[in-house]
Design a protein around this ligand. Structure first.
Ligand code: ADA
Length: 568
């Protein structure tokens, strides 16, 4: 399900989704007992999925072994693609261990030489937490486990393209662009290999040359800069996409890119030189019946519901979303904030200074850039959420993340979400100040909002950041679906609608605020053990229930967002 379009024409991709053998391994004894050579008495499960949809494994945390046997028609280098495995993946091919992968929400690939014939792929998915985990165990979403996104393979031959970024810069009038392609080439032959390599952007061939790679060589090739005239911009009202074709004698790769410019100027966010207000929601890619193995049909439905509400932006809280979902946003002209799962209070100052945590943070950002670079809809990269940003370790980590994402992340705003704005010492490492504030829910009252905004305005000035716009990246209130009251008390749909409606008016009329993301799109499952005391064991701050039934607040937001959009 990786993409919304065919990435290849002549190259065949074999899906490994479907039935796999599965066995839990609570004592983590599988490897010692040789399960990589065959899982004993495994049951049949469907991949992708989360094991928690099985009633007997509802709250299981530990190792789960998956095994798939399949027939490979050709001999050669096989490229296995795993779109997401929660959280540590250990992999064996015909019983031989391959390099593992850490991090539950990003794609990774592995190369292996395979004979034609029957093969066994074994994956041990481990969703346990320890002091080096990202996220930490204390997190406001459910601890799902399993192979949550698709698995596939392709057989490589000749000169192949393992990855590609389109790097461009638009002229000031946005009518022309200078660009290059950064291609990761690989020679899958057992000897030196030459091929003609063609790169086309839309109808224009922008590179054509013979390349020669040694046996097994992987090489980064940066094409000479070229110019695109009469650029058709990608925008929210006209999300125009160019097709990319990269082709060697034996391999082809297709992608889609868009030209757009996002920047901060005079305290505003500009998209294609036009001031834009972000009208957004926070959305988890989660559903109680599917967990994180979220079906594409529901992705489309979520986007329909969100756009019907007049929103133009989504924050993928709190981890990289499926690429298929981001493809849909590219097509629909919706602005997206993508981040990694460094979430909140689980990260103490000490944890933020842990060498392995820092290494994993940087690896997750590097992967996010690698796989999501070309998506025009991603206008924001998020570094972390609600860490103790008044501490030196948070400062050090923010500096590292900001440096990496600004250098490698393309034309994007780099931000983080702060919940301690008055002691935060990291604001120099963001293009836009993003605040998670819950006045009227966790403390204070609805009327406190205006004062809170004025207080932060003064602090922003004191720090000398008047030119940095502010986004309210989270705000909201819980409402139990169907709970109506005359007196508008907390937990009722009326209270939630009133609070969010009030906030939207306050933000919209405040020149400091460039947008907001309501917490949250729909109710999500969380876990009692995390000690957050959530009613029903759900985070109930959704504008819709977990089954996507609208609460009163959904209609309040729709009315306001649509009215704001008309003013543009
Ligand atoms: C935080 C956090 C969200 C959610 C929210 C809440 O701001 O970033 O993930 O937990 O609080 O509902 O309290």
């Amino acid at each position: 399900m990786a993409r919304l379009f065919n990435e290849h024409k002549k190259q065949r991709v074999y899906s490994l989704d479907g039935t796999w053998k599965f066995h839990i391994d609570p004592e983590d004894k599988g490897e010692a007992e040789g399960w990589q050579n065959g899982i004993p008495n495994g049951e049949s499960v469907s991949v992708p999925s989360v094991w928690n949809t099985d009633l007997s494994l509802l709250t299981y945390e530990g190792c789960g072994w998956y095994e798939k046997t399949f027939y490979c028609p050709d001999e050669g280098v096989m490229r296995l693609t795993f779109e997401a495995v929660m959280t540590q993946a250990d992999i064996w091919f015909d019983g031989v261990r391959m390099e593992g992968h850490y991090g539950g929400f990003c794609q990774f690939e592995r190369l292996v030489y395979a004979e034609a014939g029957e093969h066994r792929l074994t994956v041990r998915a481990d969703n346990r937490f320890d002091e080096h985990s990202i996220p930490q165990a204390k997190v406001d979403w459910f601890h799902y486990g399993g192979i949550t996104r698709s698995v596939s393979y392709e057989m490589l031959s000749g000169i192949c393209v393992l990855g590609e970024h389109f790097v461009y810069e638009l002229s000031n009038n946005l009518q022309t662009a200078e660009g290059t392609f950064e291609l990761t080439l690989y020679n899958a032959e057992q000897q030196e290999c030459s091929s003609r390599l063609t790169v086309a952007l839309g109808d224009q061939v922008v590179f054509e040359e013979a390349v020669t790679l040694a046996c097994g060589e992987e090489r980064l090739l940066v094409t000479p800069r070229f110019t695109i005239t009469d650029v058709h911009l990608w925008d929210t009202c006209d999300p125009y996409l160019y097709t990319v074709r990269i082709e060697s004698d034996t391999y082809d790769l297709y992608d889609r890119v868009g030209f757009r410019k996002i920047e901060v100027k005079d305290g505003q966010i500009l998209l294609n030189s036009r001031a834009i207000e972000l009208r957004g929601v926070n959305r988890h890619e989660e559903h109680p019946d599917f967990g994180f193995a979220f079906p594409a049909s529901l992705m489309k439905r979520d986007i329909d519901i969100i756009t019907e509400m007049g929103a133009n932006a989504i924050r993928g809280s709190h981890y990289p979303n499926s690429r298929c979902f981001v493809d849909m946003l590219d097509e629909r002209g919706i602005l997206f904030w993508s981040e990694i799962p460094i979430w909140g209070c689980g990260f103490s100052e000490e944890t933020l200074g842990d060498a392995l945590v820092i290494e994993r943070t940087m690896a997750m950002h590097t992967e996010m850039v690698k796989y999501y670079y070309n998506h025009p809809s991603i206008v924001i990269f998020g570094m972390h959420n609600e860490i103790p940003s008044g501490t030196q370790n948070a400062y050090g980590l923010s500096r590292l993340c900001y440096g990496l994402l600004k250098e490698k992340g393309g034309n994007r705003l780099v931000v983080y979400a702060s919940h301690t704005p008055h002691v935060d010492i990291c604001f120099e490492f963001c293009d836009v100040i993003c605040l998670n504030l819950y006045h009227g829910w966790y403390g204070g009252n609805i009327e406190a909002w205006q004062g809170a905004m004025d207080k932060f305005r003064a602090r922003r000035s004191e720090l000398g950041f008047d030119q940095k716009p502010v986004i309210i990246s989270e705000f909201g209130a819980a409402a139990i679906y169907g709970n109506h009251t005359f007196d508008c008390v907390k937990w009722s749909e009326e209270y939630q609608a009133k609070l969010i409606g009030h906030c939207l008016d306050v933000f919209h009329s405040d020149p400091m605020v460039a947008g907001c993301f309501i917490w949250q799109y729909c109710d999500i499952r969380t876990s009692e053990e995390m000690g957050l005391g959530r009613a029903r064991s759900f985070n109930n701050k959704g504008l819709l229930s977990e089954y996507r039934k609208p609460k009163a607040a959904y209609f309040t937001v729709a009315e306001k967002f649509k009215a704001f959009a008309k003013e543009e």
